[in-house]
Design a protein around this ligand. Structure first.
Ligand code: MRU
Length: 373
């Protein structure tokens, strides 16, 4: 991904072996890089959404285990195993819905449970880098597979842009690079296939307005911001050819947890015969569950996020200033579920690094047979 024509990933290790991230809480108003040096920094970055998006949460957790392990020698209260158990529990408790977080913790735990501190440290570092690289590689492949869907629609439209609706942010900011739902869009755009993206603003935190619009703009992809309730109307008037969204957790039979509001978009797409695809890397699968509505834990965040809205204005000195303002009466309290579940019957297909499949257990297991082992 490029920001101001400079290449970035969303997370990296610097020359001092510290984790650096792009602070997503200040985008698109200002671009800031933060350093995560200790476990507390990592947990705060995930829970306050300085890093966010399923893939990036997982990669941050992978690095977080390494960062936590480095501090082991500075304390003498706990054994290595107890120290790491405590650190990983803290990371695990930051956000519950994205499967990628526990995926990364489980991978790292195979190392710290087996090796001593001295042996484990370089291995934890290596595996954190590997989890990040896999995230990049898988997202790139998702782009290649998903691009074919867009190319097929483009052929039928004789050079007219393919109109794609997306919800929330499942672009490079939600991963280490490329993204999931937006990766096919970038791949198509880079091959001169005409595309245009309708971006749901995605209340309450506005990841669509602030992050998806920002990254599409940086890549020069034509896009239009819409309020969350507009999509159904556009679908009824043939203004959407394809919906692609990301995922935070996908069950073995293809139910999908994604940002709140995704379910309503899927219902509208189903009613209007518009293909509805979900793009995600395999680290988002939770093969241990089948009924998404009953079994996926949905994160509930502070009502403040709904009662208030954040934006910027130009102050007297002509400088951009970020401000949060309240949009409802003082006495009114909001409830804020961050995700919802779209049952598999509303999903046309799943775009993964191994290819595209139906949202059914049979099709998923044909692509990922190891889920049965
Ligand atoms: O709460 P967030 O911003 O971490 O939400 C995650 C998301 O960005 C979306 O649900 C996304 O579509 C899936 S994550 C790639």
């Amino acid at each position: 991904m490029n920001i101001n024509n400079k290449h970035y990933t969303t997370i990296w290790l610097n020359e001092n072996d510290e984790v650096q991230i792009i602070d997503q809480t200040t985008l698109p108003f200002s671009f800031n890089i933060l350093t995560l040096s200790h476990l507390t920094d990592v947990c705060h970055a995930i829970s306050s959404m300085q890093v966010r998006g399923a893939g990036l949460i997982g990669v941050t957790a992978g690095y977080g285990v390494y960062i936590a392990a480095k501090d082991f020698s500075k304390q003498n209260k706990l054994s290595w195993l107890d120290f790491m158990e405590k650190a990983c529990t803290k990371i695990y408790q930051t956000r519950p819905t994205a499967k990628n977080l526990s995926y990364a913790l489980e991978r790292q735990s195979k190392i710290w449970k087996k090796y001593s501190f001295e042996e484990a440290l370089p291995l934890l570092r290596e595996q954190a880098l590997q989890i990040a690289q896999e995230d990049i590689d898988f997202c790139k492949k998702i782009g290649e597979h998903g691009k074919e869907l867009i190319a097929n629609i483009a052929k039928k439209k004789n050079g007219q842009p393919v109109n794609i609706l997306t919800h929330c942010n499942a672009g490079w900011l939600a991963f280490t690079d490329y993204g999931s739902a937006l990766s096919p869009v970038y791949a198509a755009f880079d091959e001169n296939i005409p595309v245009h993206v309708f971006v749901d603003e995605t209340r309450p935190r506005n990841q669509g307005a602030s992050l998806t619009a920002f990254e599409l703009g940086e890549h020069n992809v034509p896009h239009t911001l819409i309020a969350d309730n507009v999509g159904g109307h556009l679908m009824q008037h043939n203004m959407i050819d394809l919906v692609i969204v990301g995922a935070d957790r996908v069950t073995r039979n293809g139910d999908v947890a994604n940002k709140i509001g995704t379910y309503l978009k899927a219902l509208a797409a189903y009613d209007n015969n518009i293909p509805f695809y979900v793009a995600f890397p395999s680290s988002t699968f939770d093969f241990s569950i089948s009924d998404g509505v009953k079994e996926i834990v949905i994160e509930e965040r502070s009502g403040n996020e709904t009662e208030n809205i954040t934006g910027y204005f130009y102050n007297k000195n002509g400088q951009k200033q970020i401000q949060e303002i309240r949009i409802c009466p003082e006495k009114t309290k909001a409830i804020n579920f961050a995700f919802d579940v779209t049952p598999q019957k509303y999903i046309t297909g799943l775009i993964t690094e191994r290819g595209i499949c139906n949202a059914t257990e049979k099709a998923i297991l044909a692509l990922f047979p190891e889920a049965n082992q």
